[in-house]
Design a protein around this ligand. Structure first.
Ligand code: S3P
Length: 443
């Protein structure tokens, strides 16, 4: 996808150093604004991610009659005046999720419970991403979903919903969360099972709003709707995003003499796959100041340079690291030995086909990257750079290539990188503050 924005990156001139806080967690920011909007009462949220994706979710609720007060110019703190589960109004226009799969897939669960119809669309990338995985369960619950080939734009006519037992074929927190949000409107207990556990922020956050969710010994998730959500009496604090932290952790692991600390990063075990994989690759990370924030834990991550080795990724780690493979591919390109990933075909239906797009970019930079249907094999050690690559409007590809470039022999130009604004608007200034060699071409 052409989104413009060209980054010039690498090679690093000095070791990375310093302490930074990356912005709030993307997954939790979406969920916090959704639950707050659907609750009775006013919720204060701090640590919100002011990226385009989460702002798209907030804007959808504004268009359905919810008032949101931004408490600072950076848009990291907000007060959401919830309208209750049945208080949303039919929007006057088509809703636009932009680039955000989490926004549209979770909101489809919300739309399924409304007694009005909604048409939702997204950008060129989102219009080709699969929506059948969420359309089918909400249809089974009683909603009508219309759209060519089950792709965006889709029109959802909601109403009274039936409880279902959903057996998800894909390990997807978006599918699970869509069903759990629709289940708030159902006539009895809904259950969801998934082939492998995925991030559980929805299950952890719903009880803060008075809606219990239980998980039994078999991993089956149960939601028995109480008929309403209630704004918590204390603010919701969102930890810093581990997926954003991963870029700097990998950069510091690769660039000689680096020593950095990443502050108050979310430690949810179902988001920790990249840390396990990087540690298996011999990355040096130490946790400091571990603390609890609401239903989630946080810690500072101290990362120092230590050469990396290739590994065979354990397939059980794949869902917990699903967003970090672009930057792990960058790490693998500079590691000693072979890195092998399988059972990760979901990477092909992210903001871009992340296997094909990373293969093209790293091969152009001189890496021995062999593309597999469900993953990749990378023989590390050589990254020439001195090339122009295309991030294809995928934020994580642009940032991963900026990290790879730090250890390239020559600078890399990364086109279509403006999508960084979807999840990490301040990536470039924060990277520069740590000593990374990266800038916008017009800077
Ligand atoms: C997310 C779930 C994951 C992830 C995405 C955020 C979420 O997607 O890739 O960035 O917040 O639920 P899938 O559910 O498609 O695996």
């Amino acid at each position: 996808m052409n989104v413009g924005g060209t980054l010039i990156a690498g090679p690093a001139k000095i070791g990375l150093s310093g302490k930074v806080s990356v912005p709030g967690d993307k997954s939790m920011s979406h969920r916090a604004v959704m639950l707050a909007a659907l609750a009775d009462g006013t919720t204060e949220i701090h640590g919100f991610l002011p990226g385009e994706d989460c702002l798209a979710t907030a804007e959808m609720f504004v268009q359905m009659g919810v008032t949101i007060d931004w408490l600072n110019d950076e848009k990291t703190s907000l007060r959401v005046h919830g309208v209750g589960l049945h208080g949303l109004k039919k929007p006057a226009t088509i809703l636009d999720a932009g680039n955000s799969g989490t926004c549209v897939r979770l909101m489809m669960g919300v739309f399924a419970g409304q007694d009005f119809d909604v048409t939702v669309t997204g950008d060129a990338s989102l219009q080709v991403r699969p929506m059948k995985r969420v359309a089918d369960p909400i249809r089974a619950m009683g909603a009508t979903v219309n759209g060519e080939g089950d792709l965006l734009p889709l029109t959802i006519q909601g109403g009274k919903l039936k409880a279902i037992h959903h057996v998800s074929k894909v390990a997807s927190a978006q599918v699970k969360s869509c069903v759990l949000l629709a289940a708030l409107y159902a006539d009895g207990e809904t259950t969801v099972s998934e082939p492998r556990p995925t991030r559980d922020h929805t299950e952890r956050m719903l009880p803060l709003f008075g809606q219990p969710v239980t998980v039994d010994d078999n991993g089956l998730i149960h939601l028995n709707p109480t008929g309403k959500l209630t704004a918590p009496s204390v603010p919701v604090y969102i930890p810093a995003d581990p997926s954003s932290a991963a870029f700097f952790a990998v950069a510091a692991s690769l660039v000689k003499d680096s020593d950095i600390t990443l502050g108050r990063i979310g430690m949810n075990p179902l988001r920790n796959g990249w840390k396990r994989i990087l540690a298996d690759m011999h990355g040096a990370m130490e946790l400091q100041n571990e603390a609890q924030v609401g239903e989630e834990s946080v810690a500072d991550i101290h990362v120092t340079y230590r050469g990396l080795n290739g590994v065979q990724v354990n397939s059980a780690d794949v869902p917990d690291a699903i967003d970090e493979f672009p930057v792990l591919f960058a790490a693998a390109s500079l590691a000693n030995g072979t890195f092998a990933l399988t059972e990760a075909e979901e990477l092909r239906v992210k903001e871009s086909d992340r296997i094909a797009v990373m293969a093209a970019a790293l091969q152009a930079a001189g890496v021995n990257f062999v593309e597999k249907a469900d993953g990749a094999t990378i023989v590390g050690g050589l990254l020439q750079g001195g090339c122009i690559v295309d991030a294809r409007g995928d934020h994580r590809i642009a940032m991963a290539m900026a990290v790879a470039a730090q250890c390239a022999a020559a600078e890399i130009t990364i086109k279509n990188a403006a999508a960084i604004a979807t999840s990490f608007p301040d990536f470039v200034p924060l990277a520069q503050s740590l000593g990374m060699n990266v800038r916008w071409s017009d800077q």
